[in-house]
Ligand binder design. Sequence first.
Ligand SMILES: *[C@@H]1O[C@H](CO)[C@@H](O)[C@H](O)[C@H]1NC(C)=O
Ligand SMILES: *[C@@H]1O[C@H](CO)[C@@H](O)[C@H](O)[C@H]1NC(C)=O
Ligand SMILES: *[C@@H]1O[C@H](CO)[C@@H](O)[C@H](O)[C@H]1NC(C)=O
Length: 451
Amino acid sequence: MFHLTILCSLLSLFLLPPANLAAVSDDEFLKLPLLRKSPLPSPTQALALDTRRLHFLSLRRKPIPFVKSPVVSGASSGSGQYFVDLRIGQPPQSLHLIADTGSDLVWVKCSACRNCSLHSPATVFFPRHSSTFSPTHCYDPLCRLVPEPVRAPKCNHTRIHSTCHYEYAYADGSLTSGLFATETTTLKTSSGREAYLKSVAFGCGFRISGQSVSGASFNGAHGVMGLGRGPISFASQLGRRFGNKFSYCLMDYTLSPPPTSYLIIGDGDGGVRSKLLFTPLLTNPFSPTFYYIRLKSVSVNGVKLRIHPSVWEIDGSGNGGTVVDSGTTLAFLADPAYRLVIATVKRRIRLPIAAEMTPGFDLCVNVSGVSKPEKFMPRLKFEFAGGAVFVPPPRNYFIETEENVQCLAIQSVNPKVGFSVMGNLMQQGFVFEFDRDRSRLGFSRRGCALP
Ligand SMILES: *[C@@H]1O[C@H](CO)[C@@H](O)[C@H](O)[C@H]1NC(C)=O
Ligand SMILES: *[C@@H]1O[C@H](CO)[C@@H](O)[C@H](O)[C@H]1NC(C)=O
Ligand SMILES: *[C@@H]1O[C@H](CO)[C@@H](O)[C@H](O)[C@H]1NC(C)=O
């Protein structure tokens, strides 16, 4: 953690002098529309992708040095992602990024073309078309914040054009690599004005491989906006200027027409804030990217399940605990808790169990001929440290897997090698505020669907 302190302060010196931000007044915040581009591909596909992501995480058992850790992102899953538009460069080029609280790096696909008019616009970033693109030197302390390629050229202090190369790995072995650089980004503030943020560090990806960051599963994205806790994430880089907090509200993807969600960087709307419930954010030195919270109990129809508190703990080797992740679709619960939840929900549900379970799911019900199935589903209640109680509606944990079949969208995870996850389905319809200075997570059912 020694590294962490040093590098964070280095980063704030190099990246965030207040002068870097033009024309934003103190009471303003940034407001970026979040879009769900397509509905979940299929629940079984979402499950396969989520499981792959978590399986990879569970393999990481030994301590990983802070700065060069392999990183994992929701970008690996392509399922049920939320997208955000980022305008980058001068003049601005508009690109579509996946918003991901489970990774740190901000990166975009780059093209080194000389005559870029041959390329279709707005699918990659053209550094040559920007007057503000600035590659980082490999000797710059910033360069130590990104993982370097296995066969990186040796950094030569004496050569001026010795650039910083990065290589970022995803859950299934997919990679993005290229130059670590800085750029000006243009964002809308709450008052509708444009803010220019200079020297935002990002990866200019020239080599992209693997199915999770290319092809259909990347869902047409041009990169990833990492919002994790590490120093290079978008949230960290903009943090100091905007009260070191961000919030979002993920709207129900089944609604039609799809409502607009927002990613807010800064203090947001005071009216909503006053209604938030809070729970402390915990840190796990083994996984410094993730936002951990402490789950204390789960209730079904108001009856608290008898789960030993140790089931929820982060153990001495960094396993266990509960993570809030916008890049995972389903929810995952530590196995002893999971088994009790399944058994209790099964006993309490007033709908016929489906004749056949959808592969990958342990509890599916037949909703054929039932007009409001949620009325017959048990209510789950999650109690977090600090007494905050989270009561999601059944549509946050039951999903339609086939016609007239709905399954409990919760999966089991072994807490000795993995951790519990509140995925984006479970978060739908709530405002979540990541207050990093005060190290707490706020949430509220109000202020998301309501104007
Ligand atoms: C770039 O390509 C276009 C289309 O082929 C061509 O018309 C133009 O002259 C080229 N420009 C340069 C500078 O090569
Ligand atoms: C660094 O670059 C200089 C000038 O190009 C060259 O003379 C020197 O040998 C290089 N050093 C290493 C270690 O490659
Ligand atoms: C659901 O119930 C209907 C009517 O009772 C039945 O025809 C159908 O086969 C059932 N489907 C499943 C998957 O259980």
